[in-house]
Design a protein around this ligand. Structure first.
Ligand code: GLC
Length: 605
């Protein structure tokens, strides 16, 4: 009886916690963050004393396996006073934060966030809290935050401030990871917090006009750090008191789920979105690798790659904040500014498919040609922007799963908006594309509707190649026992389903052209003898296939690296007598204790 009581109480507790989350958790965009969600694209600026080191200290390159040049103070064990000598490298006549703002504007970015204080503890503004600030070391005195705030106001961009609250290498009681070996007390840490963090945040939110974002940088939840929840709440409440409209990111150390006052989630460094979220989020990203200028950093991402990341995030309701690491003379490295300007040119023409756009409710990665963003135009019109990453060789674009007939389809960068021919088949639209890919980076096709486009969910999309790939990811339902095999070594062993016994999968496919289709399966079977069978049922036909061994191959010579083959086998043909939606069923029947590892079915005319 007692156990029963505990069980009931336990259940009630779980339910009330779940409920608590719903009430207080950030499940959608709050009003404060609306501009941010519409903006989608911002500039991150990492600039500070470390920019003068350029990733090299006394002839030695940064001691760092992840090569973040802004970490040189800590990594190369530089003394606090000696570090200030880097100021000699700064060319104050040519440093002009307005140039960064102009670049952001030209790049189509809508906000700018600068490292007001990075982990080195050095303030880029006139801080009365400490002499470890720029204004105490420049003649004439400079205040970079003030200059940037003025420029942002002039050019109509929102200003955000990065502030390293958790880590501070300069203050004796600020956190640095070495304090794991030489601990400080919670009281000492609180001294740092009360005498540096709190008054500096007060300065920043009092003296520089509206601050649109406070961007904190604690990448662990506070429960795993020296920072207490009480300290974080004190900080958060101070921000709310001074500037209630200022956005706060989740690297404050409190998650979006636990505190609805945290406005957006920050993903990991250079982590691009992988799933649709209903609340605001953002990826911080670099053009190469380091955030602060690193002379040895050369792994530049292409403009196309950067555009893909931006589009990917918007297609999942996210933002993209791209970093520049200016040099100690204020110059932005050519490789960065060039890409930003190219992105700006693209956005000038295609920006309507980014700003104010959001995710559409189709399954993520439904189409292999690219990504979709969505916008309600407000005048009874709705538009899907099809971002084509892979321009189809046959000049046909297949849109699967939209159940509303478009009223107009056109290339977004076509000034005349000349209509592209298309055929609508209830749940499938085939668009005839121009012969030439209209944009060298990413071409966008606008598809307009006069009602909110409906969705036929769960259909397997027709691929760019013209066939249908039926996988675990796009199946409708399954039945029976199986385990999931993850991709290994770059997919040499692909993701698959492992079956011992019987297992059934079901898909739905819209066939737009009646006729015979060949059916292939990719699987791995390592028994010596035939062991089990595959059965495919569709359109009142059945195909039976005996599973035969697929053998092994070698990954690289002399490494003993033997790979179980996944081989593509022809199962036969099935006739689809008319166009329409068909259910395709696959029964996997493994025998003799040897599993069948299934990867995909492939249907092709
Ligand atoms: C990490 C790094 C930091 C960089 C930041 C950008 O937290 O410590 O150097 O500023 O990511 O997202």
């Amino acid at each position: 009886m007692r156990f029963f009581n505990y069980l009931i109480w336990g259940l009630l507790l779980v339910l009330s916690l779940a409920n608590h989350k719903n009430v207080y958790g950030q499940s959608q965009t709050n009003e404060r963050a609306r501009w941010f969600v519409d903006a989608r694209f911002g500039m991150f600026i990492h600039w500070g004393l470390y920019s003068g080191a350029e990733g090299i200290w006394k002839g030695e390159k940064l001691r760092d396996d992840n090569a973040y040049a802004e970490w040189i103070y800590y990594r190369n064990r530089i003394g606090k006073e000696e570090y200030l000598k880097l100021l000699d490298r700064f060319d104050w006549d040519s440093i002009d934060p307005e140039k960064w703002v102009i670049l952001a504007k030209k790049a189509g970015m809508k906000y700018v966030a600068i490292t007001a204080k990075h982990h080195d503890g050095f303030a880029l503004w006139d801080s009365k809290v400490t002499s470890y600030d720029i204004t105490d070391h420049t003649r004439p005195k400079r205040d970079i935050i003030k200059e940037l705030a003025t420029a942002c106001k002039k050019h109509g961009l929102k200003l955000g401030l990065y502030y390293s609250h958790w880590v501070d290498w300069e203050h004796p009681y600020g956190w640095d990871h070495a304090k794991e070996i030489h601990p400080i007390t919670p009281e000492q840490y609180d001294q740092y917090w009360q005498e540096k963090v709190i008054p500096q945040i007060r300065e920043l939110l009092t003296n520089y006009g509206p601050i649109s974002i406070m961007w904190f940088d604690m990448w662990l939840h506070h429960s795993n750090t020296i920072v207490t929840e009480k300290q974080l709440l004190q900080l958060k409440n101070l921000i709310r008191e001074l500037q209630p409209d200022c956005l706060i990111n989740s690297r404050l150390g409190l998650s979006v789920e636990e505190d609805s006052d945290v406005d957006f989630r920050t993903l990991g460094d250079n982590q691009i979105g992988s799933k649709k979220l209903d609340y605001p989020w953002q990826s911080p990203a670099t053009v190469a690798h380091s955030w602060g200028y690193n002379a040895l950093d050369t792994k530049w991402k292409s403009t196309t790659t950067l555009l893909h990341s931006l589009i990917n995030n918007v297609s999942l309701n996210g933002n993209f904040m791209l970093n520049i690491g200016p040099r100690a003379n204020g110059d932005v490295p050519f490789e960065i500014s060039q890409r930003l300007l190219e992105m700006g040119e693209w956005l000038k023409v295609n920006g309507v498919s980014i700003y104010g756009c959001q995710a559409f409710d189709l399954r993520k990665d439904q189409h292999d040609w690219g990504k979709i963003t969505y916008k309600a135009l407000g005048n009874g019109r709705y538009v899907l922007y099809l971002h084509i990453f892979n321009w189809p060789l046959n000049k046909k674009l297949y849109l699967t799963g939209i159940s509303t007939k478009p009223v107009k389809v056109y290339v977004l960068n076509d000034k005349l908006k000349e209509a592209l021919p298309f055929q609508f088949n209830g749940v499938f639209t085939e668009i005839s594309l121009p012969v030439m890919q209209p944009d060298p980076y990413v071409s966008v096709i606008a598809v307009e509707f006069d009602e909110k486009p409906g969705i036929k969910d769960g259909l397997v999309a027709k691929t760019v190649e013209g066939g249908y790939a039926l996988t675990r990811k796009n199946m409708l339902a399954d039945d029976g026992h199986r385990s999931i095999g993850r991709a290994e070594r770059g997919g040499t062993i692909p993701a698959h389903i492992q079956v011992e016994g019987k297992y059934q999968m079901k898909w739905e496919v819209y066939i737009d052209k009646p006729g015979k289709m060949s059916i292939d399966a990719s699987y791995s079977f390592q028994g010596d003898q035939p062991g089990g069978d595959l059965q495919v049922k569709a359109a009142a036909s059945t195909l039976n296939f005996n599973v035969t061994p697929t053998g092994q191959t070698v990954g690289e010579p002399n490494q003993g690296w033997h790979i179980d083959n996944f081989a593509s086998k022809r199962l036969g043909e099935i006739n689809f007598p008319e166009k329409g939606i068909y259910t395709i069923k696959l029964l996997i029947n493994a025998k003799n204790d040897e599993p069948i590892k299934f990867q995909w079915l492939w249907l092709e005319m």
